[in-house]
Design a protein around this ligand. Structure first.
Ligand code: GLP
Length: 239
């Protein structure tokens, strides 16, 4: 495990350099992307570097971690919309090479097919993660089996509460989501997890220094052979 602690701006720049290196070495890399406010600085930096010609996404493929159940990709709170708006629309990636789990087709077969599609693409080279206050990665809430693949989940009240800031009211926050499973994430060749802000400090301590337990989904990363944590000073303040 490698832990990088720096300013919010600097960790976005350092994480972006991972993509520049990877995509220059392997232009057809498979990328696992995440949503939330945490990766926004990284995405802005990737857009800047892509426009400046530091690397190209022309041959790359991406798979997003998760999607809200019931939201179509044109809904402004869907994660498809988020990715288009915050990254894909501004870089040279082929839209038909970007994948986000379906929020409308919730069958277990369709969810399992997402893992198959990742495998068929050659597996994820670099998986990006944020972290929920309760340790969730993707939408794998505490208690999710480490052996899980892409599946439908019921969101916890605390996650719906935390994410309600993006919706008009809590009633509009979906109750379910489709997410890559813990095994899907652990199958990625390399993983980077980013965390920003004081509110993430307690869960980062548990994730990095607590026991590996399904009660803290992100703690499973202690077992990953190639994982880097990019923390700002606040998120690292309890380590
Ligand atoms: C959502 C996403 C997660 C993300 C988390 C943290 O629940 N499903 O992938 O890591 O929010 O979001 P933020 O980065 O806004 O704190």
């Amino acid at each position: 495990m490698k832990i990088i602690i720096d300013s919010e701006k600097r960790i976005a720049e350092l994480a972006a350099q991972r993509y520049v290196k990877l995509l220059n070495e392997k232009p057809a890399a498979v990328l696992g992307y995440a949503t939330g406010s945490t990766p926004l600085g990284l995405y802005a930096e990737l857009i800047r570097l892509n426009k400046a010609g530091a690397f190209s996404y022309a041959q790359a493929t991406s798979f997003n971690l998760d999607e809200y159940a019931g939201l179509d990709g044109s809904h402004d709170q869907s994660y498809r919309y988020f990715m288009n708006h915050n990254l894909f629309d501004h870089v040279d990636i082929r839209k038909d090479h970007t994948f986000v789990p379906s929020g409308l087709d919730l069958s277990p077969e369709t969810a399992a097919a997402y893992d198959k599609a990742i495998e068929a693409a050659g597996g994820i080279d670099l998986q990006l993660l944020g972290i929920g206050n309760n340790g969730h990665i993707g939408f794998n809430e505490p208690g999710t089996p480490f052996g899980s693949i892409t599946h439908l989940v019921e969101l916890t009240e605390s996650t719906r509460q935390a994410n309600s800031r993006f919706f008009a009211s809590i009633d509009e926050v979906p109750t379910h989501a489709v997410t890559m499973g813990i095994r899907t994430v652990m199958n990625a060749k390399s993983v980077i997890l980013m965390a920003i802000g004081k509110a993430k400090a307690p869960i980062m301590k548990e994730t990095l220094q607590g026991p590996v337990t399904e009660n803290v989904p992100a703690s499973v990363l202690q077992l990953h052979p190639d994982v880097e944590f990019y923390l700002d000073y606040d998120a690292a303040s309890l380590l």
